[in-house]
Design a protein around this ligand. Structure first.
Ligand SMILES: Nc1ncnc2c1ncn2[C@@H]1O[C@H](COP(=O)(O)OP(=O)(O)OP(=O)(O)O)[C@@H](O)[C@H]1O
Length: 689
């Protein structure tokens, strides 16, 4: 047993005594069940503290940093954990929260800097680091101690060793937190200030999704007075993906963040039962069934800023038409000139929605009538009453033109005028951004629906129009937008360059980051995926592997009649090697459905993943490649890697790239005909056949 281990075992025992005593104290406090608001708030905070302590007792911390602040005589050992714990009575800090300013040093320190500093609320604090140590505790047991830096000793690669150990672990069916191994570049993004749109281009497996979720936890900690979980939202491509990431935030002690798809959210805002979104499952299946999906010009146009401007212009015309165009004459000799009404509308009510303007106009005219009537001193009370009644009736007629119009009706009218269409009584996803735009202009944005922060995952599949709409609804342009242009398989609606988003926010309000290190896959798998990237995207940066070597990628040709057997054998061998999440990835829904039917006979507990699935259960799965985006598996078998299925086009390259990059530890590629041209060079290069 080495010295560091003994030292930490002693420290753990001491800390646990204090932590457990504090937990006992907290649990012993009587619960408040009354309805006094202040007491409820206090009870809520005590309950949260109890939850924190529950976690802290099992794995109280994962790292230690000995930091000597300039001017102090010695270094203080800081133990860093998922949640900060301090002793209420003595004030002693037992564990520092990973999000605290000082914890930043633990992640940012590479071992080569002599002086370090961090920004505390009271200003810059500088000093030196004496020790950086990774500590692994499971259920109060010390499992592992790895020093990644010790002052005066030659720099060890301990940090990498600990990271490699974590990356080599097998994954279950949920994405996990990475607090103990956040890397410097990831730390920078997580802690970026709130009032900028953070745009992240990251290669597959670089930790984009993970980083975005940790950033939410950080923002809620750092800006706890200004941001609330209820006002934050995560947009993800589908329900299954949301299920897959659902464990990370609760593990980080964060709850209540809205998590949804853009379509689901948009339909809830529009709240119009006459709007029917066309079923996307069949459409998706059909689109990827085809060898080549033609670019749909109308769809791309509907997602563009040009279309947004067109809607804006058309709305101005429609707005003019819904307001009266004549003077208002309540009785002979008195009037409100049309120009005055226009001025009210365009100046006094300029910031209101059309419906808001209508309501304010109505209210102002009523007040105006009231004042005018009162000034008719020659009339007695009864005559004034009559006159008021008459004037109000005139006002009603005058304003009758201002009928309520739904955003959907207005949209259909604009489309018709532009010679564009939607299918009868059904809209497509690309119609949602313009509909929301019209909703904002016509009905207005509900203040309660404004966001404190928005996360958009797989943002390469978002259109500029969608981003523009979300921007109108978000305080301080506080966004985390992440994606990978090389995985843009829905190119009909998505983007080719991040510049189209950057332009929406402006240079000053955007922070752009690239993440090129891939943490998910072994060196061999990354080499294979880079081989694809090289062919089609000269401008794209290749993925840099973390040096984690595994088995070579296998490419195997099988006869059609042997295919099912070969797949079955591969699954069994992966299972017998102990892999927990195993995936067979096919090119289309139909091939997967056929194969599933045949495999089901011999493979128990195999899941066929389909577009409408809302949960991901892990284990052994079969799924079409376009549904695999965002997920990861210990072992992956790509089937149908033939010339016909994956042709030499950018779109097919992206599909194959998505499939290949899902694998953590093992990758096997199978084809029956000639291998896809996308891999011929790779095959001969590495002589895998
Ligand atoms: N610093 C880290 N320490 C440990 N594991 C990490 C780290 N960063 C990323 N990972 C792991 O790498 C894998 C990929 O992460 P994630 O799914 O967030 O990447 P991504 O960039 O969103 O991928 P994709 O674009 O392919 O969906 C996950 O298993 C994650 O836990």
């Amino acid at each position: 047993m080495n010295q560091s281990y003994q030292e930490e075992q002693h420290a753990l025992r001491e800390k646990l005594i204090k932590i457990l005593a504090y937990q006992k104290q907290l649990e012993a406090l009587p619960r408040y069940h009354g309805d006094d608001f202040n007491e409820q708030v206090l009870e809520d905070s005590r309950e949260r503290q109890r939850q924190v302590m529950k976690k802290a007792t099992g794995e109280p911390y994962f790292g230690r940093l000995d930091f000597e602040e300039y001017g102090k005589s010695q270094a203080t050992p800081l133990y860093i954990g998922k949640a900060g714990v301090h002793d209420d009575q003595t004030g002693e800090v037992l564990v520092v929260d990973w999000r605290a300013p000082v914890s930043s040093l633990f992640y940012a320190f590479s071992g080569s800097e002599d002086d370090v500093y961090y920004e505390a609320p009271e200003g810059i604090i500088d000093g030196t680091i004496e020790l950086k140590r990774n500590i692994m505790i499971r259920e109060q047991e010390l499992m592992r101690v790895v020093d990644s830096y010790k002052q005066g000793q030659s720099t060890s690669s301990g940090g990498d060793e600990f990271l490699l150990y974590k990356l080599g672990e097998q994954k279950d069916n949920r994405l996990q937190d990475i607090v103990s191994t956040i890397q410097g570049e990831q730390n920078e993004i997580i802690r970026h200030q709130k009032n900028q749109a953070v745009i992240i281009q990251g290669v597959a497996g670089s930790g984009k999704t993970t980083v975005a979720l940790h950033r939410l936890a950080y923002l809620l900690y750092e800006y706890r007075e200004q941001m609330q979980a209820e006002n934050m939202i995560i947009f993800a491509p589908n329900a299954m993906f949301l299920d897959y990431i659902s464990q990370v935030l609760p593990e980080l002690g964060v709850g209540h963040i809205q998590q949804t798809t853009f379509s689901e959210w948009a339909l809830s805002v529009l709240d119009d039962p006459t709007i029917q979104l066309a079923n996307q499952t069949n459409k998706l299946q059909k689109r990827f069934e085809q060898a080549d999906s033609p670019v749909d010009e109308a769809t791309s146009f509907k997602g563009s800023v040009a279309f947004k401007e067109l809607i804006e212009q058309e709305l101005e015309v429609l707005e003019e038409n819904v307001f009266p165009t004549t003077d208002f004459i309540p009785w002979d000799g008195v009037k409100i000139a049309h120009e005055t009404i226009s001025q009210w509308r365009n100046k006094d009510f300029a910031h209101s929605s059309v419906q808001g303007k209508q309501e304010r106009l109505k209210a102002r005219m009523k007040r105006w009538i009231e004042i005018e009537v009162k000034q008719q001193h020659h009339l007695d009370q009864k005559e004034q009453q009559e006159l008021r009644k008459h004037a109000l009736e005139q006002a009603r007629k005058y304003l009758a033109k201002m009928k309520k119009r739904t955003p959907y009706k207005l949209y259909l009218q604009i489309l018709k005028q532009q010679g564009l269409t939607t299918h009868e009584n059904q809209i497509e996803p690309e119609d949602l951004a313009p509909l929301l735009h019209i909703y904002h202009k016509w009905i207005g944005i509900d203040k309660d629906r404004r966001f404190d922060h928005v996360v958009i995952d797989e943002a390469q599949d978002f259109s500029p129009y969608q981003i523009a709409i979300l921007k109108e609804q978000t305080r301080g342009q506080s966004f985390t937008i992440l994606g990978d242009l090389s995985q843009g398989i829905h190119s009909v609606q998505g983007i080719d360059e991040w510049s189209s988003f950057k332009e929406l926010f402006g240079e000053q309000k955007t922070a752009y980051f690239e993440m090129n290190k891939s943490y998910r896959s072994t060196l061999e798998i990354i080499e294979c995926s880079n081989h694809l990237l090289k062919q089609f995207s000269k401008r794209r940066v290749l993925a840099e592997p973390v040096f984690r070597s595994g088995e070579p990628v296998q490419i195997e040709r099988v006869y059609e009649e042997e295919k099912v057997n070969a797949i079955s054998t591969w699954i069994q061998s992966m299972q017998s090697e102990g892999y927990q999440t195993i995936a067979v990835i096919g090119r289309t829904h139909t091939t997967c459905a056929d194969l599933f039917e045949q495999l089901e006979k011999t493979q128990e507990d195999m899941t066929f993943i389909q577009a409408e699935d809302a949960t991901y259960n892990g284990g052994t799965s079969i799924l079409p490649v376009y549904l695999s985006k965002g997920l990861e598996f210990d072992a992956v078998l790509i089937i149908d890697a033939d010339e016909q299925s994956y042709q030499q086009t950018a779109e097919h390259m992206k599909l194959l790239y998505v499939g290949i990059t899902r694998a953590l530890h093992r990758l096997h590629i199978m084809h029956t005909g000639n291998v896809t041209k996308l891999l011929t060079e790779y095959k001969s290069e590495d002589n895998h056949d």
